[in-house]
Design a protein around this ligand. Structure first.
Ligand code: NAD
Length: 392
């Protein structure tokens, strides 16, 4: 197997893979990660993943390289442990070396992954299998680079989509054995795209915390709590975003023969399913966010400003990943279905200003940056019927 990426998730995957009996290579072309991973693993005698229940797993890598030619040709399984905005470049780098019949898995897929992967890999010719997880199965942070990672919590269940769908059962079984997390197979990548709750939660809370206060400068202790900072108004916005996605799912169910709207959970239902034992107060969406111990202590992303203070970091993943590879994709699907999405539009309009991009233009997805998003329109799709088969 080859793990692509050298971050937190990659640090968890290598020991899990070793436990499951895989020989592991790592593709780490980003900055000097390959060299740092090699040095870290040599100095610390391999990688150690410490789980919240006390379990400790160890793993090693056979080869760590920034050159796909070294680590892709032998792999029957390729795991993308990357933010979604790095998927495109990584897929293009591995495509020339990928063997026929390989399985490529994105953890997490975010939105629009399958269409991007098929285009980048020329997959139908290569007979590859593409799989995507709805979220990363763990909350994890690297403690020592190339040496130790802490797994703070694991999801109770994670959705998985596979293309071609006929390979779903065998691929889900293989990954369940590897990841040690129950996987729920859903019928299509289109459903997985709409079921991506990160695209609602992250930009939605950024908007709630920062809209109208974009230039605020904080002392360290004043940096707002992210999830615990969800107030009544932000919860109402998150609910409106989720309601619009539910509305799109119902419309697709009517218009596409093979689409199952029940596979797209509402935000509240997803929270309760992903964190059944972590949420102390389940009375409503706001309190479910505020009282989720898996979210405790996480703050608004910031960057250093003058005099030891901090400004909001609008380049952080909560917008730079979850808008072009998230909300914009859903907005594109809504446009194909002829549905208005006022809440989604308000968040995209605000976020695109912060990112210096333009996706929405005069109320339509016609801005110059649509082509660098994963909206179906970026791939030339103009009619909903082209999404038959659920590949987005
Ligand atoms: P990370 O930031 O630790 O690592 C990401 C890795 O991606 C980097 O180490 C690098 O190898 C690669 N990368 C980053 N930017 C790149 C670029 N521009 N070009 C090429 N490669 C690049 O991320 P992570 O914590 O391992 O998370 C991976 C994914 O899982 C992300 O989508 C994240 O949002 C999601 N996620 C993470 C957690 C968590 O607890 N870590 C929880 C939920 C979801």
């Amino acid at each position: 197997m080859t793990i692509c990426g050298g971050g937190n998730a990659a640090h968890v995957l290598a020991p899990l893979a070793a436990q499951a009996g895989w020989e592991v290579d790592i593709f780490a072309p980003f900055a000097d990660e390959a060299q740092r991973l090699r040095a870290g693993m040599q100095a610390q005698d391999g990688l150690q993943a410490r789980f919240a229940d006390g379990a400790v797993l160890r793993g090693e890598a056979r080869c760590i390289s920034g050159d796909a030619a070294d680590v892709i040709p032998d792999a029957t399984l390729v795991l993308l442990a990357l933010p979604a905005y790095a998927h495109g470049a990584t897929l293009l780098a591995i495509a020339p070396y990928l063997r026929d019949g390989a399985t490529i898995v994105a953890l997490p897929a975010r939105s629009g992954f399958a269409m991007q992967a098929r285009r980048a890999l020329g997959v139908d010719g290569k007979a590859a299998t593409i799989a995507g997880l709805q979220t990363l199965p763990w909350a994890c942070r690297t403690v020592r680079y190339g040496g130790e990672v802490s797994v703070l919590g694991s999801k109770s269940e994670v959705d998985i989509a596979v293309y071609p769908a006929a390979r779903t059962a065998e691929t889900a079984a293989l990954l369940e054995d590897l990841l040690r997390v129950p996987l729920r197979a859903i019928g299509s990548f289109l459903a997985l795209t709409l079921a991506n709750t990160g695209q609602l939660i992250h930009p939605g809370i950024m908007y709630g915390l920062c809209q109208g206060r974009e230039g605020e400068i904080y002392q360290e202790a004043e940096i707002p709590m992210f999830y615990q900072g969800v107030d009544h108004g932000t919860a109402a916005l998150l609910q409106a975003l989720s309601d619009e996605v539910q509305c799109i799912a119902r419309a697709l169910c009517e218009q596409l023969a093979d689409f199952n709207a029940e596979e797209v959970s509402s935000l509240y239902d997803w929270l309760l399913r992903a964190y059944p034992d972590d949420i102390a107060d389940k009375r409503d969406l706001q309190h479910a966010f505020n009282s989720n111990r898996a979210y405790k202590g996480l703050r608004l992303p910031v960057r250093a400003a003058e005099n030891g203070r901090y400004r909001v970091d609008f380049a952080a993943r909560y917008l730079s990943e979850d808008v072009p590879c998230g909300l914009v994709v859903v907005r594109g699907i809504a446009e194909l279905a002829g549905l208005a999405t006022p809440a989604i539009d308000a968040v995209i309009r605000w976020a695109q200003e912060r990112l210096g991009k333009r996706y929405l233009d005069n109320g339509a997805l016609g801005g110059p940056d649509v082509h660098s998003s994963r909206a179906p329109q970026a791939y030339g799709v103009t009619r909903l019927s082209e999404l038959q088969g659920g590949i987005v």
